[in-house]
Design a protein. Sequence first.
Length: 222
Amino acid sequence: MADRIKHDAPVLVIGLGRFGAATAGQLDRLDREVLAVDTDQLLVQKWSDRITHTVQADARSIDALRQIGAQDFSIAVVAVGSSVEASVLITANLVDLGIPQIWAKAISKSHGTILERIGANHVIYPEAEAGERIAHLLSGRMLDFIEFDDDFVLVKMYPPKVIRGISLTESQVRRKYDITVVGVKTPGKPFTYATPETVVSDHDLIIVSGASSDVERFATLE
């Protein structure tokens, strides 16, 4: 059912803490219609002029969710994480209301397991994911790090000396290091897709893909 959801479908965001507010705010900047819900009237008022719609309601009550029209949404984000009980109850309510796609924040693996078992389609671990990302970036050469399933990563980084000044074919970067240079950014110019003839200069940034261990090893080269 999730694949039938419109790409611009309105989103219900429950919880206006840092994670929920950031999610709702970014969705609003992307011109998505958002209904943000929180029990705290002060938070609701704070965000009322920055998010499409805000409302004070207790999402632990399925009747309260029905009153605000939660059942009409195709996508919901449960951004309540500090209270595991509230998070689980809200997620269960959304499942009972038949919302096709539910994203839920978890503060631990056990919390996430419960959310998955009661019907959350996507479980998010923002603190853990942020910590892992920072740990990778501390290598010094990496500027951005995105990890996908099966240990596949995409990294923006400074190029090591071993590939500078010669074409990617000459550097044999894929054969020697088991990584692929996907794109190159020259200062003052947009990113461009890399080709075998691409020559990386001292001032360029590169986008690299591959297995996490291979990319990390490549990032340690001088």
